[in-house]
Design a binder for this molecule. Structure first.
Ligand code: NAG
Ligand code: NAG
Length: 194
C-alpha cells in the first residue's frame, strides 16, 4: 500500500494543475485557447470587462497572444457610452468601422492639467490617431447607433492614466494597470509563477 502513495500524490498534483489551467487563464497566452493562425473574430472572447455599454475584443494582444510591438482591439460603444478621460505613453490609431461620435482631445501637455479639450466629430470610415501622452476621450454621442472602432496601440500592454475630469492635475491621474481586459491574464500569469 505504502509504495502507491507517491503515485497517488503525483496524479492528484497533475489533476490540480490541469484544473487550474482549465478554470483560469483560458484566453491568456500562457494557456492559449485558440492556436490557429487564422481566427474567426466572432469566436474570440468578447466582454464588457465591467464597463456597461462597451463590447471589447482583443483581436491580437500582448497577454492573450504574446504580441510584443502592437496590440489590436475591436470595440463597440452603445449610444452614450464613452472611454474614461485618459492618457498613455503609446501611439494609438483608430479606424471607425460603424457609427459616429466625438473625440475630445487636450493636446497641450505643458500645463498642469489637460484643460478644456478640443472636440472632433468622428464618423464611419474616418481614422485618427492620438499623439503619445495626449489626454483624450472617445464618446458615442450618437443617440441612435452603436460606434464600432478598430484600435491599434504600440508598445503593449497599455498603461493607462485616468482623469476624473479635464481639470485634474496630470500628477493626480490614476494609473490603471493592468487595464480592464488585461486583468484576468495578469492574475493568471501571477498564479503560474507561484
Ligand atoms: C465565424 O463564427 C461565427 C459565429 O460562431 C459563425 O457564424 C461563422 O460561420 C464563422 N465563420 C466561418 C468562416 O467559419
Ligand atoms: C472607406 O473608404 C474607402 C476609400 O474610399 C472605400 O474603399 C471603402 O469602401 C469605405 N468603406 C466604407 C465602410 O464606407
Amino acid at each position: 500500500m505504502a509504495e502507491l502513495r507517491p503515485h497517488f500524490a503525483a496524479a492528484a498534483a497533475a489533476l490540480l494543475l490541469l484544473l487550474a489551467a482549465v478554470s483560469g487563464a483560458s484566453h491568456c497566452s500562457s494557456s492559449p485557447q485558440d492556436l490557429s493562425l487564422v481566427k474567426n473574430i466572432s469566436e474570440l472572447p468578447q466582454d464588457n470587462y465591467g464597463r456597461g455599454g462597451l463590447s471589447h475584443i482583443t483581436v491580437a494582444g500582448s497577454f492573450m497572444h504574446g504580441m510584443k510591438e502592437v496590440e489590436v482591439w475591436l470595440q463597440t460603444f452603445s449610444p452614450g457610452t464613452r472611454t474614461p478621460i485618459h492618457r498613455h505613453s503609446c501611439e494609438e490609431i483608430f479606424v471607425v468601422l460603424k457609427g459616429s461620435g466625438t473625440l475630445y482631445l487636450a493636446s497641450d501637455t505643458h500645463g498642469k492639467y489637460p484643460g478644456t479639450p478640443q472636440e472632433f466629430s468622428i464618423f464611419s470610415n474616418s481614422t485618427f490617431h492620438i499623439p503619445v501622452n495626449d489626454v483624450h476621450q472617445v464618446w458615442n454621442t450618437n443617440k441612435h447607433e452603436d460606434l464600432q472602432v478598430l484600435v491599434i496601440i504600440s508598445r503593449p500592454p497599455v498603461k493607462v492614466f485616468i482623469y476624473e475630469d479635464w481639470f485634474m492635475p496630470h500628477t493626480a491621474a490614476k494609473l490603471k494597470y493592468p487595464y480592464y481586459w488585461d486583468e484576468e491574464c495578469v492574475q493568471a500569469s501571477r498564479k503560474d509563477e507561484l
